[in-house]
Design a protein. Structure first.
Length: 458
């Protein structure tokens, strides 16, 4: 429900409070009833309180800005606290006057049916405003409107008790008026204390009961979350702010992590539609991570391409060897620095006694400008590929041969077929042998990319 609806409810309360106050005040002065005069005073305070509520609702509806980055929702809490202060002042004054009248014997007052009519009208108006305000307060989680609804509910009870006092006075018990006034004062004080307690908890960022547990359960149910390390919840006006800290596998891709965060927010919104959810993630090393995965992660974080990672256990010592790819135009000194830093990072991960060996390889410069070579050269390379495939024996049906000339040399792409039952290691070894033979025929080749396919079966 919008801020406009809350403002409309608050304005309606102002109008109702003015009408009730004027009627009760006139009837109270005419009869001299302390209970009715106290009721009129209560309604007069309601006029000021509802005006304060209306101003607070307008202020709380303002969007967040540079100075109030969580919005202005707590203005409503301050308004509710101020209203409860009015309630305490009123209850104290009424209780004091009631005790004074009882102690001095000043309990007489004049009975008028017009006062009864005012009270009945007041009860109807109070009941209507209490229902409207309570409904809007629930739908918008407005503490200020909830406090305003409490005012009207206390007015309603107060008016009923004043009617009881009038009835008792008609049967010869005028002191009932003072007793009722004291009882109303106690009711107002207790109700004010309860709403003040809830308001202070909100101002102190106390977590709403059960909400943190509900949000934790929702986050734990999202696949990919290793652990929910912390959940912090606080409310401000109509908004619930939830900060969730989760742990995820450190091998997780960034796009997968983003998807998990979105799923957590969606899960929270199922039970808390207005919640503003912030999810932060910490990477955690899992026990099932292999040494290979950990090495690849270290290299990826350093943006250093690697391949042919070999992991060995020599006695009780770990040995890691790998190829490091660097720009072919880079000086050896710079390339050695990159390799040495990667070796240091790997030793920091596995221990200082870890044996780490790196082999530096030139990495083909990306985004090369290439052009198709002449048909004669392309045919020659294709023929070399076919001869090498026949010599290797494992590879057949060399096709889709493309040869491009670049500033660094020839780049060759081709497709071939192998037995689908062969393992990848055997196929890779056969392709390496083929490439070595072809490079002998064409030393200008700087890169050969092979795409192996299973042999077609009939």
């Amino acid at each position: 429900m919008s801020t406009e609806a809350k403002e409309k409810a608050a304005l309606g309360s102002i109008a109702a409070s003015v009408v009730i106050t004027l009627g009760k005040g006139a009837a109270g002065l005419a009869t001299g009833s302390l209970a009715l005069i106290s009721d009129a005073a209560h309604s007069l305070l309601d006029v000021f309180a509802t005006i304060f509520t209306w101003l607070a609702v307008r202020a709380a509806g303002k969007p967040a800005d540079a100075e109030h980055q969580y919005g202005h929702g707590k203005v409503e809490s301050l308004a509710a606290l101020a209203e409860t202060a009015f309630l305490f002042l009123l209850s104290g004054a009424v209780a004091y006057e009631g005790v004074r009248r009882l102690s001095t014997g000043e309990t007489e007052f004049s009975f008028h049916w017009s006062a009864v009519a005012v009270l009945l009208a007041s009860i109807v108006i109070d009941a209507w405003r209490w229902y409207v305000l309570a409904k809007v307060a629930r739908e918008t989680s407005s503490q200020a409107l909830a406090a305003d609804a409490l005012h009207f509910s206390s007015d309603l009870i107060n008016s009923v008790l004043v009617l009881v006092a009038f009835g008792a006075a008609a049967f010869g018990y005028p002191q009932a008026d003072a007793f009722v006034a004291i009882g109303v004062a106690v009711f107002i004080a207790v109700a004010g204390f309860n709403i003040a307690r809830r308001t202070v908890e909100t101002l102190l960022d106390a977590a709403p009961s059960g909400v943190a547990e509900s949000i934790r359960s929702a986050a734990e149910g999202v696949p990919g979350v290793v652990d929910v390390e912390a959940v912090r919840v606080r409310s401000s006006g109509t908004h619930l702010f939830a900060d969730i800290e989760i742990a995820v596998p450190r091998m997780m891709a960034v796009d997968r992590l983003d998807a998990i965060k979105r799923r957590i927010a969606d899960a929270v919104h199922e039970n808390h539609a207005d919640a503003i959810v912030t999810v932060t993630a910490a990477a955690r090393a899992l026990d099932e991570e292999t040494v290979l995965e950990r090495v690849l992660l270290i290299a990826a974080k350093r943006r250093t391409p690697v391949h042919h990672v070999t992991v060995q256990t020599v006695g009780e010592r770990l040995s890691v060897s790998l190829d490091v790819e660097v720009d072919a135009r880079m000086s050896l000194g710079a390339a050695h620095t990159i390799a040495s830093r990667l070796e240091t990072a790997i030793r920091e991960e596995f221990g200082g006694d870890t044996e780490v060996e790196t082999h530096i390889e030139p990495l083909t410069v990306p985004n090369l400008q290439g052009r198709d070579v002449e048909a004669e050269l392309a045919g020659s390379v294709a023929a070399s590929l076919s001869r090498a495939a026949a010599e290797v024996g494992t590879i057949s049906d060399v096709h889709s041969v493309r040869v491009r000339d670049t500033e660094h040399g020839l780049v060759v792409n081709y497709h071939c077929r192998v037995d689908p039952a062969l393992d990848v290691a055997t196929v890779h070894e056969a392709v390496d042998r083929l490439e070595h033979l072809v490079r002998n025929d064409h030393p200008a080749i700087v890169r050969i990319v092979s795409h192996t396919e299973p042999v077609k079966t009939a």
